[in-house]
Write a protein that binds this ligand. Structure first.
Ligand SMILES: [Zn+2]
Length: 470
């Protein structure tokens, strides 16, 4: 049985935040004592990183308690929802005047496990070494979670005018089963229903020596659709070959599958992505990227572009042959053999239609083609919204040289679960880091530069403050 425990619901007088004074938003932002809040953000992030929420087992309630204490002190109404022993989610809300629909700040409190032997400092020490803050979750995504909470605290204390509700939602178990968000949507859909926007992980700035900072705003994700091909046939002794044995049939089918060039499909956000990248390319590629839809009519360009692994997956549903299984013994012809495919579908692709196309490619009615994961139609958000424009604007104000691009992530994010509710979801991390540092996520020595935490707070507050008012 699932237990819903309300640890705290605090309703404080005047929690509908509206300023009586006629200050403009820029004045409001200028008047904020930034130094103090930035110090607080760094100190609190250290504290947050010291809470071990390695998943499994997660133990996210300890992290929820941490946020509970912060929101309690700031008089922000909030509720902790216990979804399983030691596990749960926390929801907090600052009410706006209701003239616009809510904005949700979504973050997960769990982190992947850390092998401390490979770390420079213990992974749950929250230590700062040479200007970098170390800890499992420093980039994925306790940094963003803490900044989401700080923005809530600041909005409450500084009485940020709000035309929409500001919602903070921190969840359990994103890294393993996604049960935190699944539980929230199943048990308390009313807390997110009706929202217009959601900001979560799946974006951020990467600083390259050349061509400079490329700043991703996550607008969509490829959806995993795992499939097993099972062949059956007559078994026997390896010394007497059977021409149409299960393994032989499977090998021929796999050949057809890996040779299959899935159709190219250009999503509007991917078209826009190439258009932006054109600014950093030399001719003739610059012109081709600027009008990639036209360039893709040329088979030579298609070939060149799709040979690049970083671009190929943006343009089509992809298939990686990953698992192979036949006989246990070299001299035994098995009566069953199977392989598994890691298929990733583009937003908008219908999994059932893809499955039919794949069956046609396999073209063998003695081979069963079965999905291993649920039918989920992948989704994406438009770049044509006010929030997208605001993020783009703010990033450029902080770094005029940065290239801001809509990103289609190859991996899954929880945005997939929230978009079907009509919410425009974006991956946005207000950080600029090197690819080397980015590579410490899920690896040893995960860390975030302290100056990025400080700058990120300001960047996120600017985004939220503007988005809350237009
Ligand atoms: Zn994450």
């Amino acid at each position: 049985m699932r237990l819903r425990a309300v640890l705290a619901i605090l309703l404080v007088g005047g929690c509908v935040l509206s300023t009586s004074a006629q200050t403009s938003l820029p004045e409001h932002i200028r008047a904020i004592p930034w130094e103090r809040y930035q110090e607080e953000a760094v100190r609190l992030l250290q504290e947050y990183l010291r809470i071990d929420t390695s998943n499994p087992p997660g133990n996210e309630l300890a992290a929820a308690e941490f946020f509970h204490r912060l929101f309690d002190q700031a008089g922000i109404p909030h509720t902790v929802y216990v979804s399983a022993p030691g596990r749960g989610n926390i929801h907090a809300i600052l009410k706006g005047d209701g003239s616009l629909r809510p904005l949700i700040l979504l973050n997960h409190m769990d982190v992947v496990r850390a092998e401390s032997a490979n770390w420079r400092v213990p992974p749950f020490s929250g230590e700062i070494v040479e200007g970098e803050l170390y800890g499992r979750g420093a980039l994925d995504m306790k940094d963003e979670g803490l900044l989401h909470a700080m923005v809530m605290l600041m909005a409450a204390r500084e009485r940020l005018p709000l035309k929409r509700d500001l919602v903070f939602l921190a969840t359990a178990d994103e890294e393993v089963g996604g049960t935190g968000s699944t539980w929230m949507l199943a048990n308390h859909p009313e807390l997110v229903r009706g929202a217009e926007y959601l900001i979560t992980e799946g974006g951020g700035g990467l600083i390259y020596p050349e061509p400079g900072t490329i700043y991703d705003i996550g607008v969509g994700e490829k959806a995993p659709f795992w499939i097993r091909l099972t062949a059956t046939g007559r078994g026997g002794h390896g010394s007497i070959p059977i021409a149409d044995s299960a393994t032989h049939r499977l090998a021929r089918a796999m050949q057809r599958v890996v040779d299959w060039q899935t159709p190219i499909r250009l999503l509007p956000s991917v078209e826009q992505y190439f258009h932006q990248l054109a600014r950093r390319e030399k001719e003739p590629r610059a012109s081709q990227f600027r009008n990639v839809r036209k360039a893709l009519r040329d088979p030579a360009f298609v070939k060149a572009l799709t040979q690049d692994e970083d671009y190929n997956y943006l343009l089509r549903d992809t298939i990686s042959l990953t698992v192979l299984k036949g006989s246990e013994q070299t001299n035994v012809i098995p009566d069953t053999a199977y392989c598994e495919l890691d298929v990733r579908l583009l937003p908008g692709q219908d999994p059932k239609a893809f499955l039919e196309q794949l069956r046609a490619v396999v073209a063998d009615d003695q081979i069963r083609v079965e999905p291993l994961s649920p039918f989920r139609t992948p989704n994406a958000s438009s770049t044509g919204t006010a929030l997208y424009r605001i993020i783009e604007e703010v990033v450029h104000e902080f770094n005029p040289e940065a290239l801001v691009v809509p990103a289609l992530n190859s991996g899954y994010t929880e945005s997939q679960m929230y978009r079907p509710l009509g919410i425009s979801c974006y991956g946005f991390a207000p950080m600029e880091i090197t690819p080397e540092l980015d590579g410490t996520q899920h690896a040893a020595n995960e860390r975030v530069p302290v100056d990025q935490v400080r700058r990120g707070l300001k960047m996120l507050y600017e985004v939220v403050a503007r988005a809350a008012n237009e």
